[in-house]
Design a protein around this ligand. Structure first.
Ligand code: CO
Length: 211
């Protein structure tokens, strides 16, 4: 792991400005005009998950929301505001929910009982466990069970996305697609879980139709 002092960070900033201006003297003028990102990226706060690296992204490409365990709670004003702004105002074309194997939040949710302030938050992950208890408890290795719950949590958070009115409208208008991804830190690989938008919309909208 690298530790950089504040001085080093500011020195790097100066170097970066110089490099950008050498490549394009208008770089910061263009950057400051407006943002037109095509993606909303929702992931875990884990420090090893680097959005820039994973998305191969430049400043201005990706609108981001991160929290512990990449949870999309439909009563959580923070994430709902981000989704609303991204879908309605920025008109992003994709919402990506990206978890990661070995996620500490997921492991904590199923192996520890009292986690203080995290109890209500990780309760969202425990709900996912309850929905898929049979499948998960058939997996003997705790690490494998955690990794499967990581995948199921991403899928269930995508389902929660479909429960949000702005998202429903954009999906039905075919202006938006939801993506379910997992990052494997052991290999560096990004894995597409293949969230079937059409199928999920048809299944979910019966229960949660807000239109
Ligand atoms: Co995590």
């Amino acid at each position: 792991m690298t530790y950089r002092t504040k001085k080093e960070i500011f020195a790097h900033n100066e170097r970066w400005i110089k490099e950008q201006l050498e490549n394009d003297p208008e770089y910061f003028n263009k950057l400051s005009e407006r943002q037109i990102p095509n993606y909303l990226f929702i992931s875990c706060s884990d420090s090893r998950l680097s959005t820039d690296k994973l998305m191969y992204a430049e400043p201005g490409d990706v609108f981001i929301h991160r929290n512990i365990g990449n949870v999309i709670s439909v009563t959580y004003l923070n994430v709902l505001s981000v989704i609303n702004y991204a879908v309605v105002h920025l008109e992003v074309k994709h919402i990506i929910v990206c978890g990661h194997y070995g996620c500490g939040a997921i492991k904590t949710a199923i192996t520890t009982t009292d986690v203080g302030i995290l109890n209500p938050w990780l309760g969202n992950v425990r709900d996912v466990y309850r929905l898929h208890r049979e499948e998960l408890e058939a997996i003997k290795s705790i690490d494998d069970r955690v990794d499967r719950l990581v995948e199921l949590n991403v899928i269930e958070q995508c389902v929660n996305l479909v429960r949000v009115l702005d998202v429903q409208k954009a999906l039905l208008d075919k202006k938006l697609e939801i993506e379910a991804w997992v990052f494997d830190m052991k290999t560096g690989k990004l894995i597409d879980l293949g969230f079937d938008n059409e199928k999920m919309i048809m299944e979910i909208i019966d229960n949660y139709n807000l239109n």
